[in-house]
Design a binder for this molecule. Sequence first.
Ligand code: C5P
Length: 229
Amino acid sequence: MDEPRIIVALDVSSTTQALSLASKLNPALCRLKVGKELFTAEGPAFLEKLMHHEFEIFLDLKFHDIPNTVANACKVAAGLGVWMINVHALGGRKMLLAAREALPNKSTKLIAVTLLTSMGNEDLRDIGINTSPQDTVKQLALLVNDCGLDGVVCSPLETNQLRQTIPNHFLLVTPGIRPSDGQLDDQQRVATPTQAIKNGSDYLVIGRPITQAGDPMLALQQISNDIKA
Ligand code: C5P
């Protein structure tokens, strides 16, 4: 069977809600993303419960600190047995290299957030960055690749541009995914699952279209069938 390309964002605040949702999903069709809220509330023991149910985990803690601190945090996070972790590319070359060196056997994938999609032109000006968000994302993605990380998180509307400049083995992980008949919620720049895969996404991070569906397993199955087709 092909590996799952869908990562379901478990954006809930309690173990009970998260485990109830996980029990409605199939680990053969998806991985799970656990973020700061759930991990801060429930900790490593909760991850073990999810892994016990055969789910692979993307631990989305977006580390950003001095190189030594990030390297040690990455080592501990990978030691939890998760499938993927991430850092902020804006931490710079030395931090990215230290994170890479902290995980020499590469059994946990290490990716970086380029620029938060909540940051627009004005936000960049505020912090003294005078290039456009698109150019900033491209420059950061090239840096991340140069430092030997496995890939980046980016908008599905940026994947085409990145695929043209960065080799194929570099993973592009994209949130902002909405089925064509789905609600946008608070997402602005979205693509359908099929468009995102066609544009070069390797993994799709999908939250509400699956977690808030009347039948989450059915929603997951439909999206999974669409992208296979
Ligand atoms: O519910 P929805 O599909 O919008 O969830 C998307 C997930 O991806 C959320 O966990 C959100 O925090 C995350 N994400 C995002 N945009 C980014 C980075 C992460 O939507 N640029």
